[in-house]
Design a protein. Structure first.
Ligand code: AP5
Length: 210
């Protein structure tokens, strides 16, 4: 695959994390999820985690300068390619990224608000390996235990319905404009997130092969 610098766009719950795991395994890219990095900072109680937490708990975006400082070095050292998941999320972040690295393709996965709420209220995540489940669409054998590693499954703090609704509004206001930004640069590919996980992944593989 010639395209090794990828970014995923899409509303909360569109399946970015689910597809990111499959893409990086298949193509040997570094998975850079700003949400996962921030949750790790919060769990470790770092200065960044303490600053970020109140924004995340409300479903608001963490300030651009903190995010760009956090991700810059990781992108620069991803020599064999990267998949950005959750970054960029604002016009200033997209502009900052242009000063760090170019992109080969931006894949936008779309999903309507009612499906976002349905998916995220049923999401469970493994505290140990990060495997993502869904009690409705991809249930684990035991609702409290990860099938992959036996770790404990939890509900994310920001997967409460009022916070999900705000995250969707924030996506529409701040991140959705990046679709036009990347279309204008000839980098955008769009995928319908309503397909099942396998259907979305097949479509992404077709795009990356093309
Ligand atoms: P982040 O962690 O990036 O969250 P998000 O973008 O809201 O996305 P999610 O992780 O909720 O959803 P996803 O698209 O990955 O869906 P998933 O694959 O899990 O960000 C969290 C917070 O951090 C932000 O609110 C902000 O505060 C901060 N932040 C992060 N990046 C930032 C940035 N750049 N700037 C500023 N602030 C930032 O799937 C969802 C569920 O659906 C799962 O249960 C899954 O099993 C299921 N599912 C997936 N695909 C399918 C399918 N095709 N069919 C049926 N079910 C499916």
């Amino acid at each position: 695959m010639a395209r090794t610098r990828l970014a995923l766009l899409g509303p909360p719950g569109a399946g970015k994390g689910t597809q990111a795991k499959r893409i990086v395994e298949a193509y040997g890219l570094l998975h850079l999820s700003t949400g996962d990095i921030l949750r790790d900072e919060v769990a470790r109680g770092t200065d960044l985690g303490v600053s970020a937490r109140s924004f995340m708990d409300r479903g608001e975006l963490v300030p651009d300068d903190l995010i760009v400082d956090m991700i810059r070095g990781r992108i620069e050292s991803a020599a064999s390619g990267f998949l950005l998941d959750g970054f960029p999320r604002t016009a200033p972040q997209a502009e900052a990224l242009e000063g760090i690295s170019s992109l080969d393709v931006v894949i936008s996965i779309d999903l309507p608000r009612d499906e976002v709420v349905k998916r995220l209220t049923a999401r469970r995540v493994c505290v140990d390996c990060g495997q993502i489940y869904n009690l409705a669409f991809r249930p684990p054998s035991n609702p409290e235990t990860c099938d992959a590693c036996g770790g404990r499954l939890i509900q994310r703090d920001d997967d409460k319905e009022d916070v999900i609704q705000n995250r969707y509004d924030v996506y529409k206001a701040s991140t959705a404009p990046l679709i036009a930004f990347y279309r204008a640069r000839g980098l955008l590919e769009e995928v319908d997130g309503m397909m099942g996980s396998d259907g979305v992944f097949e479509r992404i593989q077709e795009l990356l092969a093309g």
